[in-house]
Design a protein around this ligand. Structure first.
Ligand SMILES: NC(=O)c1ccc[n+]([C@@H]2O[C@H](COP(=O)([O-])OP(=O)(O)OC[C@H]3O[C@@H](n4cnc5c(N)ncnc54)[C@H](OP(=O)(O)O)[C@@H]3O)[C@@H](O)[C@H]2O)c1
Length: 333
């Protein structure tokens, strides 16, 4: 990555300023979603839908007629009840998951299986921006787990249990909520993969971009593995919503919170506006049969070359698989 690009996301302050500047740039290759592109009766699971973008996606997609499964660690049942109220759709269920806990992810998948749910759309939205490194129950660094590995584990278990609606010509969609900061890292540190390292807030933004790169690389690799040639079995999409006025900065130092609140309120976009690329990928007929795609705001863009690189994708897949094997997860699919 060029030095110029690296600087755009090097500190929390510069990352925030870069995001705001992007909002004022003229967008090219823009897409639009029509109001009549509905998802009546489609099963959609959204992680991290208790807050911010994920909550808004639940409201809007329920409003378009979907059966919405809100996979959350908090807000049960009140956030689900609010989605029902705001969308007017009763087909909204909440299901508990703590994405920092591998066993909780396994339980989520077992519950979906018990309920015979097959998913038309899976939205991997949840993420954390921690003030410092923390260990999960399994001794893994929390941001690595929630922002990347949980997605890999969830999707491998979903595939293993055949919980994606891939029968009768149906092409399910998997949507990753990424960030333009995935372009920031210089490359992969394969030797350090999954190794717990201590860090504090000044390193958080850099690592956040690194885990977004992992997730976006995984999106490409997943698409390559699920789709061969012209035979499309599953669409895999990633997007950056731009700066969103959400709870993402909840762990920012108390001293900066009043200033951040002002910046977020004035310059950041409301979840209602920012959710549009998620809705587009979930509902649009234009991307039917598309193996892989990326949006920044509502502009179609190429993902970073490191994320599209096949060697990186293969290596990441293997490293993740081996890592999870050490934690007792063996996959056959
Ligand atoms: N906000 C921005 O400016 C911005 C910009 C680019 C990309 N994004 C991306 O947008 C996505 C949504 O973020 P947001 O801005 O809407 O932030 P948010 O309001 O903080 O929402 C994050 C969601 O993730 C959930 N979550 C965090 N840790 C979890 C865990 N261990 N298990 C289960 N759920 C967990 C949170 O649950 P709780 O409510 O229980 O904490 C919450 O529902 C993220 O992927 C983020 O990286 C945001």
């Amino acid at each position: 990555m060029t030095g110029k690009h690296k600087k755009r996301y090097s500190t929390p302050f510069i990352a925030t300023a870069s995001g705001i500047i992007d909002l004022f740039r003229k967008q090219k290759n823009t897409v639009t979603l029509k109001d009549d592109e509905l998802l009546i009766g489609k099963n959609i699971l959204i992680t991290g839908s208790s807050s911010g973008l994920g909550f808004e996606a639940a409201v809007q997609l329920a409003g378009r007629g979907a059966n919405v499964w809100m996979a959350c660690r908090s807000g049960i049942p009140e956030k689900g009840n609010l989605v029902i109220k705001l969308s007017g759709n009763k087909n909204v269920q909440m299901i508990h998951v703590d994405l920092a806990d591998m066993n909780s992810i396994k339980t989520l998948v077992e519950e979906l299986k018990k309920l015979s749910v097959t998913l038309d759309v899976l939205i991997c939205n949840a993420a954390v921006v921690p003030s410092k490194s923390r260990k999960t129950k399994q001794g893994i660094e929390e941001m690595f787990m929630v922002n990347y590995l949980a997605k890999y584990l969830l999707i491998r278990l979903i595939l293993e249990n055949k919980l994606l609606h891939m029968t009768n010509g149906n092409i399910p969609r998997i949507i990753f909520v990424s960030s333009e900061s995935h372009r920031n890292p210089k490359g992969y540190d394969w030797d350090g993969f999954g190794i717990y390292k201590k860090y504090s807030m000044n390193k958080t933004v850099e690592l956040y971009g690194y885990y977004k790169l992992m997730m976006t690389t995984f999106a490409n690799e997943l698409s390559r593995r699920l789709n061969s040639g012209s035979k499309i079995s599953c669409s895999v999409f990633a997007l950056c919503p731009g700066p969103v006025n959400s709870n993402i900065a909840r762990e920012a130092p108390v001293i900066f919170k009043p200033l951040l609140k002002i910046i977020f309120t004035i310059f950041f976009r409301s979840p209602r506006k920012a959710v549009k690329p998620i809705l587009y990928f979930a509902c649009s007929k234009e991307v039917e049969n598309s193996p892989v795609d990326y949006l920044f705001l509502m502009s179609r863009k190429k993902m970073d070359a490191k994320a599209m690189n096949k060697e990186n994708g293969t290596k990441l897949w293997q490293k993740s698989e081996e890592f999870l094997q050490h934690h007792g997860f063996v996959f056959h699919q």
